[in-house]
Design a protein around this ligand. Structure first.
Ligand code: GAF
Length: 392
């Protein structure tokens, strides 16, 4: 797997073998709507131009092989294996594409033997959704080569099934939906209850803005257990309030009832993040529809404060990056993704993303933190087949 270039340097090229075809699925930035997806709420991500590519080739037998351009060891299984139980382990990140094959088999779809070789220019562990991109690229390749009749939403749901039920990661649906359904020039407004979608225009240059994506490169080893714990708190709060999900609460004053619960103050703060975040997503979508992009900045700031103070999923590097971005001239900034490290986004006047990133890097050095990496991003397309010219 590749790594993100230092600073705003050119995106590295891919190095994939010749095959029957090449497919790409992007990582994502979530503009706003964090930890709302598994609460049946709203999210507003957009696809990055960075992502995972897969070279895929049909085989004459029933083997499926997995390899990457940067690792000596691959993995394999047979189509017959996919009918059995989920294995306790499958080598490394190959569990993600294996999970996709498994999820397709659960749907009784006619699969064929395949060779799959992956490459990436997306930073792993930066909260930009590399695992969803691996799954969505695999779905796209297998669906096309095996001629499966799969609508885009079903492709995204298959990727989610792979992550949730095969890999065992208790994610919501935002990342797989973003990697599959996003379109260039738009953020995707997804209603995670009824799966309604809207492509909301996001033209940053027209608004004389750029979006800085800065990877704090903070290792976040506790992320899995902390994510599951936040999710449990939300479910507990919804149950105590007598609603199916926190999506059903729109008035924060209703949350006062939680204070009667054991851990009531904690539950109230967790729930307050979700309730206010859902409202911010809808408000930001309204502003974007009206082309008032710069005016979303206060909502980005409020989202970050809510994640820091109520949901408690930020860490010192992330908070420093957000504060420095703002003091250096960003209109608004927030952590993006699941939390406990990863990336921040900052809405910047055109031409200021790089100086702002450099000021963050200087603040990191002063505080003894490792160097961050950054790039600017505009909304790109979701998973798709590549033509021959763009496959390498
Ligand atoms: C991670 C999860 F995979 C998403 O489903 C979402 O919950 C996100 O964290 C937080 O908004 O990316």
């Amino acid at each position: 797997m590749g790594t993100l270039p230092k600073g705003p340097s050119p995106v590295p090229t891919f190095d994939l073998p010749a095959a029957d075809g090449h497919w790409f699925a992007p990582g994502r930035v979530n503009l706003i709507g964090e930890h709302t997806d598994y609460n049946d709420g709203f999210v507003l991500p957009f696809a990055l131009p960075l992502g995972i590519r897969v070279a895929a080739r049909l085989r004459d037998d029933d083997r499926v092989t997995f390899a990457s351009t940067s690792e000596a060891d691959g993995a394999h299984l047979t189509l017959a294996d996919l009918g059995g139980p989920v294995p306790d382990t499958f080598p490394g990140w190959y569990a993600y594409p294996a999970g996709v094959l498994w999820a397709l088999r659960q749907q009784d779809l006619p699969l064929r033997g395949l060779d799959l070789v992956f490459d990436s220019n997306l930073p792993v562990g930066a909260g930009l959704s590399s695992s969803a991109a691996i799954c969505c690229a695999t779905v796209a390749a297998v669906a096309d080569l095996c001629e499966l009749d799969l609508a885009p939403m079903q492709r995204a749901q298959t990727a989610r099934q792979a992550e949730n039920d095969y890999v065992g990661a208790p994610t919501g649906f935002m990342d797989q939906a973003a990697s599959t359904l996003c379109t260039a020039g738009h953020a995707l407004l997804l209603d995670c209850r009824d799966l309604g979608t809207e492509q909301v225009p996001l033209d940053l240059p027209a608004a004389d803005l750029e979006l800085l994506v800065l990877d704090t490169r903070t290792p976040h080893s506790l992320v899995d257990s902390a994510y599951a714990e936040r999710r449990r708190s939300c479910e507990q709060a919804a149950a105590a309030l007598g609603v199916p999900a926190l999506r059903d609460i729109t008035d924060v004053t209703a949350l006062a009832a939680l204070t009667d619960q054991p851990d009531g103050d904690l539950l109230l703060r967790r729930a307050r993040h979700v309730v206010t975040e859902n409202a911010r997503v809808l408000a930001v979508a309204d502003l974007l529809r009206a082309g008032r992009v710069a005016e979303i900045a206060p909502a980005l700031d409020a989202s970050h404060a809510s994640m820091r103070d109520d949901f408690e999923i930020t860490v010192p590097t992330v908070d420093l990056a957000v504060e420095t971005a703002r003091s250096a001239g960003a209109l608004g900034a927030r952590m993006t993704g699941g939390g406990f490290g990863g990336c921040i986004i900052a809405l910047c006047p055109t031409g200021s993303a790089e100086p702002i990133a450099r000021q963050i890097a200087a603040a990191f050095a002063t505080n003894g933190f490792g160097a961050p990496e950054w790039f600017t991003a505009e909304p790109a397309a979701g998973a798709h087949r590549l033509d021959n010219d763009s496959a390498s």
